[in-house]
Design a protein around this ligand. Structure first.
Ligand SMILES: Cc1cc2nc3c(=O)[nH]c(=O)nc-3n(C[C@H](O)[C@H](O)[C@H](O)COP(=O)(O)OP(=O)(O)OC[C@H]3O[C@@H](n4cnc5c(N)ncnc54)[C@H](O)[C@@H]3O)c2cc1C
Length: 414
């Protein structure tokens, strides 16, 4: 069904994560009949990462449940998938990539979907400590999961989404959990103070010791190299059986940089996911893309962004280019609390809370700029989230009073 034609119409994808896997499926859907090779360094077929800090870590999902598509699909779709294979370099002049075993794969189009790696905490001895973990891959969960036993003392460094989700799962598994955040509040870079305060309250209610404004200064080690305690700036030492570091992601831009492509906190692409080289595209967490009306550039770390960029690049390569204009959205699950966010709150000048963050577990926060709804965080209300998406999509001008008024359904404000 699919042709083994010349290398000039071969599409090579580096990175078999969310973006890479969604891209190859979208490329076939868009009508590309030529050869496609998907190269991924991890040994598994492409899988979803969000459950790594949720259902998979808690034991409620299996590795098979995480597959983005049935492994047989790749063969059925004529996609040459190379798992456990690292691309070591790109030669843009010769239009080929080089694999770790020296094989050269020629391409007509190249798609970089390399994602990123957890930011490391620079501390002597930490990289060798067997009980200090980072969370990005199935292998990371396999390494840390045996330490998640009832009564174990977990210290989470970093109060971002990954750290907080792991804290929630760990409480469910019976661990004692402390979360350390250097900034004055958790989720400080992504949400309003009221939303941070809500999460701090929920975690405290669930028995997590959340410490904000708390800098880690060092670690104590056992003779076997394991961390035994985390040392804080205020002189305190927290005993630890297991440490999870969740302090962000460093985009994997090495191949792009070494091949002379522009990188600026991510591989620089336009609204079609093209780099400055018309044969090379980049998609997903590794990209820095134009921000539309917000101006500037942005790098997003989310499944919806990876999927949208995959579709955008596939359409462009298949000859039906359409710019990436989708409104970003994201979700996070902690305990019984589902957060759904939409839009970009950057530059907002007003935050309106619908409901209350001080009691209960359902509310919405709207981010307004010049009276327009730009973004929303909606907690435990799929109906309000559906309406919030429309309000953000329409750049609706809604008064703060109307947004706050619980007697007025949000959909009436559209
Ligand atoms: C624990 C966790 C929870 C998350 N929860 C959510 C959530 O609730 N909601 C949400 O929207 N997003 C969530 N995310 C983020 C989401 O998973 C990412 O945004 C998404 O996976 C990005 O896809 P990607 O394809 O760009 O990168 P990745 O999925 O990281 O894939 C990149 C792949 O490229 C491979 N690679 C890199 N370099 C090479 C090379 N040289 N040769 C071969 N292969 C290479 C890597 O090994 C990797 O497999 C979560 C992420 C994590 C880690």
């Amino acid at each position: 069904m699919y042709n083994e034609r010349t290398s000039t119409d071969r599409v090579v994808v580096v990175g078999a994560g969310q973006a890479g896997a969604d891209f190859v499926a979208a490329l076939r859907m868009a009508g590309h009949q030529g050869p496609v090779t998907l190269v991924g360094e991890e040994p598994e077929h492409p899988y979803a990462r969000p459950p790594l800090s949720k259902a998979y870590l808690s034991g409620k999902a299996t590795a098979e449940d995480l597959h983005l598509r049935p492994p047989a699909m790749y063969e059925q779709q004529g996609i040459d998938i190379r798992t456990g294979t690292r691309v070591t370099s790109v030669d843009r002049a010769a239009r080929h990539v080089v694999l770790a075993d020296g094989e050269r794969l020629p391409y007509g189009h190249l798609v970089l979907a390399t994602g990123g790696r957890p930011r490391r905490l620079p501390a002597p001895g930490l990289d060798e400590a067997p009980n200090v973990h980072y969370l990005r891959t199935l292998a990371d969960v396999a390494a840390m999961r045996p330490r998640f036993v009832p009564g174990a003392r977990l210290v989470v460094v970093g109060g971002g989404y990954v750290g907080l989700e792991v804290a929630a799962v760990a409480r469910g598994l019976g661990l004692t959990v402390t979360v350390l955040e250097a900034l004055p509040r958790v989720l400080a870079r992504v949400t309003a103070p009221q939303v941070s305060a809500f999460y701090q309250r929920v975690h405290a209610e669930e028995g997590v010791d959340i410490r904000v404004d708390t800098a880690v200064t060092g670690f104590a080690f056992a003779p076997d190299g394991a961390v035994t305690a985390v040392e804080l700036k205020n002189g305190e030492r927290l005993d630890a059986d297991v440490v999870l570091v969740g302090i962000g992601l460093v985009p994997d831009t090495e191949l792009a940089e070494r091949s002379g492509l522009a990188v600026d906190n991510g591989i620089v692409v336009d609204e079609y996911c093209r780099t400055a080289d018309p044969a090379v595209f980049a998609i997903g967490d590794c990209t820095s893309h134009p921000c539309g009306e917000h101006g500037g550039r942005r790098r997003l770390e989310s499944v919806p962004n990876a999927s949208e960029q995959a579709r955008t690049a596939a359409a462009a390569i298949a000859g039906h280019p359409a710019p990436y204009t989708a409104i970003p959205w994201f979700w996070s699950d902690q305990y019984d609390v589902k957060l759904q966010t939409v839009g970009l709150s950057t530059g907002h000048d007003e935050v309106v809370i619908r409901g209350t963050t001080e009691t209960g577990r359902s509310f919405a926060a709207f981010y307004l700029k010049d009276g327009q709804v730009r973004a929303a965080d909606v907690v435990c209300s799929p109906r309000d989230f559906a309406a919030a998406r429309k309000l953000v999509g329409a750049r609706a001008r809604v008064s703060a009073e109307a947004l706050r008024d619980l007697s007025v359904p949000l959909k009436q404000l559209l």
